[in-house]
Design a protein around this ligand. Structure first.
Ligand code: ZN
Length: 404
């Protein structure tokens, strides 16, 4: 077990976490504001703040006041007391963000993964680039509070990846593997961190019933019901990408045939377009494929697809209709199942087809969703971009460490 500097074992230190979580939420507070918000007495607050100051977690600065007399001292988090890494593992790239204690990204690195998606290759890249980032920012490794990693797939709370079909990973003890490389705590998250990123970056998002649908290199969902993220009996929740939509269809990364992900994920679509091109169709993609020694990344092929849809190219539009229909049918089913008031459409495929996805889901709701006229559902695009995903990871780590 790695040592976490914010001690969560002793009951007396519950107040440390409480004060840190208040400062994360409100930025700067006077001691009397802290007492009121945290519901603790003045002498307890003084003792705890002094202890946190000694450990370097908080700093005190003189405040301002319109009144005469002494100015209140304001307490805030010390940005440089510790640091955290947020890492996104994607089939196309690794994205590493280095954050300070106030969740400000101070450095980042984007590494193309290339054709080798093996666990070893990813571990090798992380084991070089994480110390590299520390070295170029001259940050003491002792100050690293943790590293949080996210990827698409089924991930247990113990950091075991049972399946990530976009990466082709099965039964990988990812947390354990990473802990053998790094001397600081490792946290592994699945897609739920994307929804946390939405909440962290969009304070106006107040819904307690959100259906979050991600269509990118993987296809998945996160469901937040009555203010709680659902997790399921075996933590294999939200795997809408593995709903079989056409028995006997193409083989999916999970081993089944005809899964939604095998039709509408980025890699599946790019491979379908390439197959159609080789068979003499999809001629608008000639520039993308001709005389290229390696196949372009799905994101590159699909950004061209999006351009051809806007130009009303017949092939591109037919493929768009196919994707939109498959996706919105599943979205309508999920609305029937979960009764959300907010549906968030995320991922680069959703971003490119957002207007068509939204319109088609609304059309289907009228015909396929029970009592749809009595539901008031907001459909919105995800606001969290690539940087925001690693920000969501860091937010999730700090939430875990400071939650009371
Ligand atoms: Zn599947």
């Amino acid at each position: 077990m790695k040592k976490v500097p914010i001690d969560s074992k002793l009951a007396g230190q519950r107040n440390e976490r409480l004060i840190l979580s208040m400062l994360r939420r409100y930025d700067k507070l006077s001691q009397s504001q802290l007492c009121r918000l945290a519901g603790i007495g003045s002498s307890t607050a003084s003792t705890i703040v002094a202890r946190l100051r000694e450990k370097g977690f908080v700093i005190e600065t003189p405040g301002t006041s319109a009144d005469r007399g002494p100015k209140p001292t304001l307490i805030e988090l010390n940005p440089g007391c510790c640091y955290l890494f947020g890492v996104e593992i994607n089939p196309s790239y690794l994205f590493i963000g280095l954050f300070n204690f106030t969740e400000k990204m101070i450095d980042k690195i984007h590494i193309s993964l290339g054709p080798d998606h093996s666990v070893q290759h990813v571990l090798d890249l992380l084991s070089v680039n994480i110390p590299g980032l520390l070295s170029r920012t001259q940050i003491d490794p002792q100050k690293v509070l943790g590293i949080g990693v996210t990827l698409s797939g089924s991930v247990s709370s113990q950091g075991w990846v049972s399946l990530s079909s976009p990466l082709g990973w099965k039964n990988i003890p990812l947390k354990e593997n990473l802990e053998s490389f790094f001397d600081f705590p490792v946290f592994v998250y699945n897609n739920r961190v994307r929804l946390l990123a939405e909440f962290a970056l969009n304070p106006e998002l107040k819904s307690r019933n959100v259906l979050y649908l991600n269509v990118a290199n993987g296809v998945g969902s996160t469901v937040y019901l009555n203010g709680v993220l659902i997790s399921g009996a075996s933590e294999r929740y939200g795997e809408i990408g593995h709903i079989v939509v056409e028995a006997g269809g193409p083989v999916c990364g999970c081993g089944n045939k005809g899964c939604l992900e095998a039709f509408i994920s980025g890699p599946a679509l790019a491979s379908q377009i390439h197959k159609d091109f080789m068979a003499g169709g999809a001629d608008c993609f000639a520039n993308a494929f001709k005389e290229k020694s390696t196949l372009p990344l799905p994101e590159e092929v699909l950004s061209q697809w999006s351009m051809f849809i806007k130009q009303k190219n017949t092939y591109a539009m037919a493929l768009c209709d196919f994707v939109v229909n498959h996706f919105s049918k599943i979205a309508a089913m999920l609305i029937n199942c979960y009764d959300p008031d907010t549906v968030i459409l995320a991922g680069y495929i959703s971003e490119q087809l957002y207007d068509s996805f939204e319109q088609n889901i609304r059309d289907r709701m009228k015909k396929e969703v029970y009592d749809s006229s009595l539901r008031n559902i907001e459909i919105r695009p995800a606001g969290a971009g690539k940087d925001a995903l690693v920000k969501g990871i860091v937010n999730a780590i700090l939430q875990e460490l400071t939650d009371v």
